[in-house]
Design a protein around this ligand. Structure first.
Ligand code: SF4
Ligand code: SF4
Length: 382
């Protein structure tokens, strides 16, 4: 098998793929149903995958229901992303014990086996790369991210985007063209339940060589193309990205920020579910035995303390300034920092916002008022 080759495997083949990755020493993570949502967990075979589960998503709304069909990947992303594994929400950085005036420092080590991610969506893969700009490419790379990000990736292209997905607008899905070891497309039609598998790396080719498969026919490949084209034209949301970074940068005083501030609870849910938000803080705790633990915790730009400046209080004291910071960072200033978008269009921040604030709707409203704000600014300036 070579990079670029396409074959077809059946359900047993997928089961064997998972076993084969586990046999190579990988900790295999994939989609599982947990707490009424699609989550990320250890999988040992296809019996652990969300067979027959389908989601309905809308701003502030998520429902998961099981049908009697055999589809394994007929859902869009849930609130948990792989970020929770590669960038844990709570991580012990070091411990220290103080005994008889002597400090003994114990550095923690991540001994997690290398990860194989099975069933990652294309937007999820794109989000991992976005996180990598911060956690891996930076001068002080995060060893936990590096250890857990490396491994093996089996991406599964999307056939059923949710009502809040807009990866097609961001160029991150529903098809996947790079960054994977194997790319699967689930087909369920008159020719049976099967998976078109495309090879993306030598590692992927080597694993696939050991599995029962047949060459993909023109009809299989046409079905896969039709599947992703149908998904691309059935996105729940659309974001016009044309000139978006500059549009937001010149509209920092747009009245829409006041409008969103009246609805936003500043709860930070959007930052917690976002697969690319990377802010963290550190917390030191001591116990009565003299042990000290330093932990890294997720932080949110919606917290008042997040922009606290010594002697001056928080720089972003209003909900308006905090929402504006979050959204303009995702869609505008991220480009200045990392030459990339900070949003991959997964739609989580829309679904899991308790009041249904929709980043695509907010961006569209700012675009719609762009000319007015500029005319007003020009009028005042004149
Ligand atoms: S946009 Fe929604 S999820 Fe985000 S802080 Fe405001 S209310 Fe919470
Ligand atoms: S900003 Fe929203 S849609 Fe974009 S990547 Fe984050 S959670 Fe997903």
């Amino acid at each position: 098998m070579l990079i670029g080759d396409a074959v077809v495997i059946d359900r047993d083949g997928l089961d064997q793929l998972i076993s084969s990755l586990a046999g190579r020493g990988y900790r295999v993570l994939g989609p599982v149903v947990r707490d009424g949502a699609i989550s990320v967990g250890e999988v040992h075979g296809i019996a652990d995958l969300p067979k027959g589960w389908h989601d309905t998503q809308a701003p502030g709304r998520y429902r998961l229901e099981q049908g009697d069909d055999p589809a394994l990947f007929s859902w869009a992303v849930g609130q948990h992303s792989i970020k929770g594994d590669v960038f844990p929400s709570r991580l012990v950085v070091w411990r220290a014990n103080v005994t008889d005036g002597t400090v003994e420092l114990e550095e923690t080590r991540d001994d997690t086996p290398p990860t194989a991610l099975v069933g990652a969506r294309p937007c999820e893969l794109a989000a991992l790369d976005v996180l990598g700009h911060v956690l891996s490419d930076a001068p002080g790379p995060d060893p936990v991210y590096r250890r857990r990000r490396a491994g093996f990736v089996v991406v599964v292209e999307c056939a059923t985007p949710s009502g809040t997905c807009f990866c097609a607008s961001m160029g991150t899905g529903p098809a996947s063209e790079e960054g994977f070891d194997l790319a699967l497309s689930e087909l369920l039609d008159g020719d049976g339940h099967r998976f078109v598998v495309r090879v993306g790396s030598d590692k992927g080719a080597e694993v696939l060589d050991g599995l029962p498969s047949r060459a993909a026919t023109d009809s299989d490949l046409a079905a896969r193309t039709a599947l992703v084209e149908h998904a691309a034209s059935n996105m729940g949301r659309h974001l016009d990205t044309n000139d978006l970074p500059a549009l937001l940068a010149r509209n920092l005083e747009h009245p829409r920020w006041d409008d969103v501030a009246e609805r936003c609870l500043a709860c930070g849910n959007c930052t917690l579910v976002c697969p690319t938000c990377f802010c963290a803080t550190v917390e030191d705790t001591t116990d009565i035995d003299g042990a000290v633990v330093r932990q890294r915790l997720w932080a949110s730009c919606f917290d008042l303390a997040h922009s606290f400046m010594s002697g001056g209080g928080p720089v972003r004291s209003s909900a308006k300034s905090r929402y504006r910071q979050w959204m303009t960072h995702k869609l505008s200033t991220w480009w200045d920092q990392f030459d990339a978008s900070g949003c991959v269009g997964c739609g989580r921040c829309i679904t899991w916002c308790p009041v249904g604030i929709d980043i695509t709707e907010e961006a569209a409203a700012i675009r719609a008022g762009d000319g007015n704000v500029r005319s007003e600014a020009q009028r005042v300036g004149a």
